[in-house]
Design a protein around this ligand. Sequence first.
Ligand code: SF4
Length: 1024
Amino acid sequence: MTTLLFSPASTGKTQHCIERVHALRAQDKLALVWVILPNQDHVRAFRRRLSGIGVMGVELGTFYYFYAEILARAGRLLARLTEPLQYRLIQDIVTRRYGDHPHKGYYAPLRDKPGFIAELRELIEELKRARIQPDWFASAVMGRGERLEELAALYTDYQAWLMPQDWADAEGQGWLAEIALQEHPDLCRDVRLLIVDGFDEFNPTQLGVLKTLAQRAGETILTLTGDVSRERPILRRFTRARDILTRSLDITPISLSTLHTPRSTLHHLEASLFDPMPRRHTAEDAIEFVEAQNRREETRAALRWIKARAVRDHIPLRDIALVARDLGPYRAFIQETALEFGVPVRMVGGLPLARNPAVTALLSLLTLPADDWPRRRVLDAWRSPYFDWSVGQDDAQSVSYADALDAVSRNGVVIRGLAQWREAFDLAATITAERDQDEPAPPIAPEDAVSLRGRFEAFVARITPPDSATVRDYVAFVENLIGDDEPVGQDGTRSATNQSLSVVARTRENDATRDRDVAALRAFKDVLRGLVLAESVFAQEAAPITYTAFLRDVRGAVEAASYEIAVPDTQREVLLAAPVLRVRGLAFRAVAILGLAEGDLPQAEREDVLLTESDRRWLRERGLSIEPRLRGDEATFFYEAVTRASERLLLCRPYLADDGQPWEASPYWDHIRQIVDAPVRHVRPEDPLPIDDIASPQEAFCLPLLAGGGQEGGLERGAAILRARLAEQASSPFEGDLSSLAAELHAHFPADFVWSASRLESYGTCPMDFWTGVALACEPREPLEEGYNVRAFGSMVHAVMERVYQRASDPADAEAVLAALPDVAREVFDSAPSDYGFRPTALWGYQRAEIEQTIRATIVALAEESHGYAPRFYEQAFGFKGQPLLDVDGVKLHGFIDRVDAAPGGRLRVMDYKTGSTPISAQDLNEGRRLQLPLYALAARDALKLGDVDAGFYWHVGSAQPSSLELESFEGGVDAAIQIAIAHTHRYVEAIRAGKFEPRVPPGGCPSYCPATAWCWRFSGVRR
Ligand code: SF4
């Protein structure tokens, strides 16, 4: 006898099945019962509900489980193609068909794309579920173009491999199970009760097996959600399944009298869903709405509500579900928040393996040799907490060694490649170029470079694989690096024989991430073993492959893999977080649904990329039972989601999208709000949390602060910082007011401290820039790139300008200077990369010519500005190289004057070359941002005793013109300019010693070389 129970959701269909099992077992304790369920979550839930009855002799499983059971009973023992193996087989078939020829066929360009392999696998499974033979498919698509013909050929290749090997994939097992049932008429006649519960569709293979089983079982009960009293469009997916079942099994659906009465609001919701004129109903606490600022806040609100249901309403976590149409965008938030709230969660589908931090670090490390040792990633590997580099070394200070390696690689401008790394070590050992007075000292002592190099070479040797090896050998290499789950000794040491990086042991050291990372590493090792198994199954004999090919396979397999954080068997109280499609047919007391936003739920239906809707129509017209993809089932999925709860339902939506734009609510949200009268709770992270809603120790800790509870530090401190940030004028201990350090600053900058004019200028431009760059000696960390930077450009120009006038037969004659230019430029440029630490690009030849041309133009223009003057001194030092210091009323200064020209009468003109494009005016001197020129004039006159200075300017090399600030035309002349510079100098020195370092944005924006640009909240624009 076969019964099809057809009644609305949550009306007791599963309960009826359980009672039938109970009744049968009461009559016959050994009666065999088979229960077929859609997935393992249903199996778990059904088993739990059966537990009071006893499950001996009751077999529960999915169709796949019973396919294998039927085949075993029929004596057909087939090797099962697991998912990783199937992926590898399809990849192998694709590779064999297209080889290394990207233009050989329609899909050849996609031959090594993991996404294509995954799509192809889905198509093959669909064809097999529909029981379409490869030759039927091939003849149906013949003449429809290579797009479809190649799919048919790949399907044929796949089946041609499987059949003779006696292997079966999951869908093939169903096919064979049906054949076995037909060949063995007595098979499965001992099944007394067959239950099929929780489905909303059946494929041809399932129907074929079901039909035969139903004929042989003593009694069969099938359940489907639906309404015999009326046709509801929202239930069309179930209606389709009902029609197929009634046709195939020749049965009539019957309604089930309601055994279980859900709370009235939820019942009303089920009955009114998608009615054109629904009657409004009060929520009575059964249904709540939350709109949160973003997905993160939405997840927090939902988990907070779930924890409240567990704690206040005493609903066990196993009776609660957290549901989203697509769990993907929520996975990380669920994992993070559940951990914080102490809610054990089982996430269906697990977490993507490729996004686990330990696996990401490992893959990055493994690809270093293949990617030619890129600088950033080598440093990341040295700093990674997942790797223990201490084996064979005398200590484990890998982080400080990483800092030293960072400094060496910056100094040597390492971009990638072992040759560059080795050059950088050579350079660190011997710094030859004369460095500018203000440049920092070499980053590492030359003698330390030698020992660091030893470490680096050991690191390279350790992670360099053979160029070519079998998959098995490469896997052994990687597993040796990962190491066993070896406990670290009590003293924190490892055995001397352990040459691995102890990745597993390292992950165990962090309590907060241990379970997650250990689970991911286990899944990663499974991926590696899957590759070895695939090699031994598919290859005639293990042939060597390149390391790049091996990494590609590993990456592809990792992309397709997921991992689950194990919940101990003893832990029965676990929240299920699942996509909507995985909770269909399950019953919970409370359900929270995430993502009721436009585009998220309902999702836009997409055509299949390999088999379009018109292809599917074409195939159906030729008798192949392939279903359309666009079936308008989203409303049914929503119905199935909201009807899972029997007591409490929470509906959530984010009102801002991931990019911060407003996000419209889902039409389903609006629809339910029409049916249910309940307020919407608006959640923003900055809103104070009611004390009753606190869900974690972290939130409890923040509460007194948020409430202004007066804890020392904390909020007051935060508020003070915020006030400082918002103040128009920077002035507070959080913004450079270090007057409390005045005593230390006086000691650091004593009376005999020698200042440089350029550093005082830096203070005048922005005191905070001086504090970070000069006092704290922080350097801006720009990403290393090939080619010279602004600083190297300035150094090259200064070097050429200094030497070319000295080399010229007559420095006052522009022609003679220009004649000397090519040789001088060649000399400077040839050694510039090593002198100024940059790595030339392919454009270096053109750039040299361009710089030389710029200097040529500046020499010509400078000659025109120099009538009556002749160059006399170049890079003239004061306070260096045995030359006297400049003493300005007790403030001592040193520096280099780029050039001093002399007129026949002995009058002098000072000059400072500028390679930047920022204009310099008299106002800059008046306001204290430019001091060098007048101070150089004073140094030439008073310290070096070169004579009286009656002129001077900054020379802009790029535009080949003098600055608008000229000492001779400054109001009051050269002496007035000098007096102003002296006044600023004294003011600055005094302010520095008093600890005044408030940030001040320079006119035109902050300079790119200011080391504080990364964090200074006054930062504005960038000046180059
Ligand atoms: S970012 Fe601008 S305001 Fe801030 S310290 Fe640098 S130059 Fe001064």
